[in-house]
Design a protein around this ligand. Structure first.
Ligand SMILES: [Zn+2]
Length: 317
C-alpha cells in the first residue's frame, strides 16, 4: 500500500462506498448506522475499516478483500505502518457496564449492531496485548467470545488470564468448526436475546485451576532424588534463567520459550514448583521444563539439574 493514511482518507473512502459493497455489509449483519458511524469505506479495490488509537487518533486501515474478487487474495490487508491496536478503544474508555471482547473487526460491528458494546484486537486471536488489560478493570462485566476453533480457544484463554474477572462465552456447536459471532447472528439467524442467554451461561476459564495445581507425585524409586532436585532448584530461578519473568499476583509470567509467544502466556507458580503455558499448553515441573527445553531424557534432565544445584550455590551433597 503506498497511499497516505489519514482521517480525511477514511471519509473519502466512506463516500466511495459502492452499492454492491453496502449490500454485502448489510448481508453480513452490519447496517447503515454502523457503517456510517465507523466510516467503513471502499478504496477502489478493497473495503476499508479505519482504526483509531487509544487517544482517538487515526492509526491505520484494515482492508478486507472485495467479496466479489475473482482471483483469491489475502482475506485481510492493513495499511503501511500498521501496528497492533484495540479496535473499539472509545467503547472501553467509556466504561460501559459490560463489554464483549471478540475476534475480528466485522464481528465487533455485528455485535454493536445487536446492541452490545464490543472490541477486538486488530491482530486476531492470540494478539491481545497485556497492557490493554488495565482499562478493562473499570468494566464490571467482561465477556470473551472468540471463534469456535483451537486458535480462538487458546486466544480466549490468554485474554482471560490477563483480565481475571472475564468470562468465556461459548458459541453453540451449530456455528460449526471455526464458526464466529457473525455465523451466530447472520447465518444461523439468532437474535439479541439468544446471545444474552449465552452471556448468562458464560463461565470463568477452566484453566484457571492451574493457579493451584497439585505437584505431580512420581511413583519411581527415585522419588527422594526428584524431590531433592525440586527443592534445590526453585522453578522461578530455573525458568528465569531462560526467559525474563515478572510477578503477577501470586505467580510469575513471561514469554513462553516453547512456542512463538507474543503475549506472556507462560505462568510459573513458585509455591507448587510448576509452570503452565496458556498458549501451547505445555506444563510441568523443573524436570519437565529442562526436558522440553534441552531436549533431554528424564535421566539426563535429572543429571543436569543436579549439576546446577552444585554449580550455582545450591547445597552440594
Ligand atoms: Zn507455550
Amino acid at each position: 500500500m503506498t497511499q497516505p493514511t489519514s482521517p480525511d482518507l477514511a471519509r473519502q473512502y466512506h463516500s466511495q462506498l459502492l452499492p454492491r459493497i453496502l449490500d454485502y455489509l448489510h448481508a453480513r449483519g452490519i447496517p447503515d448506522p454502523i457503517i456510517n458511524s465507523h466510516l467503513l469505506g471502499w478504496n477502489g479495490w478493497r473495503i476499508s475499516i479505519p482504526v483509531f488509537n487509544r487517544e482517538g487518533q487515526f492509526a491505520f486501515f484494515k482492508f478486507p478483500r472485495d467479496p466479489d474478487e475473482e482471483h483469491p487474495s489475502p482475506k485481510m490487508l492493513t495499511s503501511r505502518g500498521a501496528t497492533l491496536e484495540l479496535y473499539g478503544w472509545e467503547v472501553v474508555l467509556g466504561k460501559p457496564a459490560s463489554i464483549i471482547i471478540c475476534e475480528g473487526e466485522f464481528d465487533r460491528l455485528v455485535l454493536e449492531a445487536q446492541g452490545f458494546e464490543a472490541v477486538t484486537s486488530t491482530g486476531g486471536a492470540g494478539s491481545f496485548r497485556p497492557e490493554w488489560a488495565d482499562d478493562f478493570k473499570a468494566v464490571p462485566e467482561v465477556y470473551i467470545c472468540f471463534d469456535r476453533d483451537g486458535a480462538g480457544e487458546r486466544g480466549a484463554m490468554q485474554v482471560a488470564r490477563l483480565i481475571p474477572h472475564a468470562r468465556l462465552v461459548a458459541l453453540p456447536p451449530d456455528v460449526g468448526e471455526g464458526g464466529d459471532v457473525t455465523d451466530f447472528f447472520v447465518r444461523l439467524g439468532f437474535g439479541r436475546d439468544d446471545f444474552l442467554k449465552l452471556l448468562e451461561e458464560a463461565v470463568p476459564p477452566p484453566a484457571l485451576i492451574y493457579e493451584d495445581p497439585k505437584p505431580s507425585v512420581p511413583s519411581s524409586p527415585d522419588r527422594e532424588r526428584i524431590e531433592g532436585v525440586k527443592k534445590q532448584v526453585p522453578i522461578e530461578n530455573l525458568i528465569g534463567g531462560y526467559v525474563p519473568l515478572r510477578p503477577s499476583g501470586g505467580m510469575l509470567i513471561g514469554l513462553c520459550p516453547f512456542h512463538e509467544d507474543h503475549v506472556p502466556s507462560l505462568t510459573v507458580y513458585p509455591r507448587t514448583g510448576t509452570f503452565h503455558c496458556y498458549g501451547c499448553l505445555k506444563h510441568g515441573d523443573v524436570i519437565d521444563f529442562v526436558r522440553y527445553r534441552e531436549d533431554l531424557s528424564f535421566k539426563e534432565a535429572m543429571d543436569r539439574l543436579e549439576t546446577m544445584t552444585t554449580e550455582h550455590g545450591g547445597q552440594p551433597e
